[in-house]
Design a binder for this molecule. Structure first.
Ligand code: UD1
Ligand code: CA
Length: 490
């Protein structure tokens, strides 16, 4: 089969319906699974066929849906369905908008069937071309066909027509081969047949399904391709179905990555969006959620209980019990446990951000360590610097944010507070509890000296009888006993 034979002239995605069962302020097809809207999945599957034209038919929440579609795929033609209801009318208005399209194949799909793949569509289109059909409909044999259109076949197995549930006789309803609503058509035959479709049926709608019977009666070739992968033709009408489809999509994504050499310890609790990029020998521990454009390098270990959004993790890095967004973690670096990386955190190779740290808009050089308990925001830290326990960049003066710049080979004492804007030169030290308000030159030690007061026996006087006072009294006695013994001995 040549590539041309499976390259359709157009794909039409039907997305005018309301989706009331979702019970949502958000239009049904904008609900997402795997980090992508349902209509986004439909458009991506369609785009994979490289059609000359791609049209999406809209009506319900028209502006919102159109804006979303154009953001996802700017070259899409948005087609407005008019007051005439039905899938047949939806395709008809699309063909009117694509009036210059006179021959070739047109594929029809739905905006709410998110697991459909380009591969299955390509199979449908190649079969359509190979058999020289006027119409090829994708069908499935299901245990419970309730609600679907049924595919009626002649004695010889050839397709006669499709009947909707609401128009079907009892005998017809017993048929378990259902119409998926996904088709390949010859453009010319489709235009001609659609013009003859009426709306004398139980729903008073112009049914696209009627063209199958019309073409067959005209002596055109119509055929059905039965898929055994029912998930690919399943639509999401409510949130229960949406969750089931989301789970199945995730299962497929996770399985795909395991086949590419990723270790997933617990596939059930590992969620990976469609746009995430992994590499071989990545290890994902239980409770890992990878969203957006997250990418993870070879040999890195992520999890357990970690959520990464649009975050790049370098090769061999470890990221444990961490929540990170819009961050970059260098090769061999270590993050976590219990660490919160906000937007624009950049950690250099072999660097470390340890337990109970929050960071934001900070660039940290190679091998620098922020090991325990602190906040680093709007800052720049050089290479091989050690930030002591409990350091804080005080970046906010109540009105504006200011930067802290710390050089390379710096050592900061526990509890240092940097009052930004401020800088610390290369190789400088800060003492424990230093409050750094003035710039510290390279190689200097800065300490903040406050007098340390000692009020002798304050506890025994002010808190008499407490366990602390008892302990203090005992300690004092022991000391005086010891000292009197010593005195006596000399
Ligand atoms: C349709 C098929 C049915 C098939 C089922 C598969 C017809 C007449 N029936 O059923 O044989 O088994 O899909 O799910 O085609 N839409 C529009 N404009 C409209 C009506 C629908 O764009 O005027 C879109 C919807 O947004 C949706 C799709 O078409 O994406 C299907 O509509 P829906 O009402 O769910 O399909 P049914 O008519 O129930
Ligand atoms: Ca439906």
């Amino acid at each position: 089969m040549s590539a041309d034979a499976i390259q359709p002239a157009a794909v039409i995605v039907l997305a005018a319906g309301e989706g009331t069962r979702m019970k949502s302020a958000t239009p049904k097809i904008l609900h997402a699974i795997g980090g992508r809207s349902m209509v986004g999945h439909a458009i991506d599957a369609a785009s994979g066929l490289h059609p000359h034209r791609l049209a999406v038919v809209v009506r319900h929440e028209r502006d919102r849906v159109a804006a979303h579609v154009l953001e996802h795929a700017p070259d899409t033609a948005i087609v407005d369905q008019d007051d005439v209801p039905g899938t047949g009318r939806a395709v008809e208005v699309a063909l009117e908008a694509l009036e210059d399209m006179t021959h070739g194949t047109v594929v029809v799909t739905y905006g709410d069937v998110p697991l459909l793949t380009t591969e299955l569509l390509a199979e449908l289109v190649s079969r359509h071309a190979a058999e020289g059909n006027a119409a090829t409909v994708l069908t499935a044999k299901v245990a419970d066909p309730t609600g679907y259109g049924r595919v009626l076949r002649a004695q010889d197995g050839s397709v006669l027509r499709i009947v909707e549930q609401k128009d079907a006789s009892e005998e017809e309803r017993a048929v378990n081969e259902i119409n998926s609503g996904i088709y390949a058509f010859g453009v010319a035959e489709l235009r001609e047949a659609l013009a003859r479709v009426g709306s004398q049926n139980a729903q008073g709608e112009k049914y696209l399904t009627d063209v199958i019977g019309i073409m067959r009666a005209d002596g055109d070739r119509v055929s059905a391709a039965v898929t055994t992968d029912q998930w690919q033709v399943e639509g999401a009408n409510d949130r229960v179905q949406l969750a089931a489809l989301g789970k199945e999509l995730n299962r497929r994504i996770v399985t795909g990555w395991m086949r590419e050499g990723v270790t997933v310890v617990d596939p059930e609790t590992t969620w990976i969006d469609v746009d995430v990029a992994l590499t071989r020998d990545v290890t994902l521990l239980p409770g890992t959620y990878l969203h957006g454009r997250t990418a993870i390098g070879e040999g890195a270990t992520v999890g357990p209980d970690t959520t990464l959004v649009d975050t790049v993790v370098g090769p061999r890095a470890t990221v444990k019990r961490t929540d990170a967004t819009g961050s970059r973690i260098g090769a061999g670096a270590s993050v976590g446990p219990f660490t919160y990386l906000r937007k624009d955190t950049v950690l250099g190779p072999e660097g470390k951000i340890g337990a109970f740290y929050e960071t934001k808009n900070v660039t940290i050089g190679a091998r620098s360590k922020l090991s325990h308990l602190g906040y680093a925001g709007d800052a720049e830290i050089g290479e091989d610097t050690n930030i002591g326990c409990g350091n804080i960049t005080s970046n906010y003066d109540g009105v504006n944010k200011h930067r802290t710049v710390i050089g390379s080979q710096v050592r900061t004492g526990a509890g240092t507070v940097f009052i930004a804007p401020v800088s610390v030169g290369d190789g400088a030290y800060t003492g424990a509890g230093a409050v750094v308000r003035r710039d510290v030159p390279a190689g200097a030690l800065t300490i903040t000296q406050a007098p340390q007061a000692i009020n002798e026996d304050w506890v025994q006087r002010k808190r008499p009888g407490t366990p602390a006072a008892v302990a203090a009294t005992l300690a004092k006695q022991t000391i005086s006993d010891t000292s009197s013994t010593t005195e006596n001995g000399h």
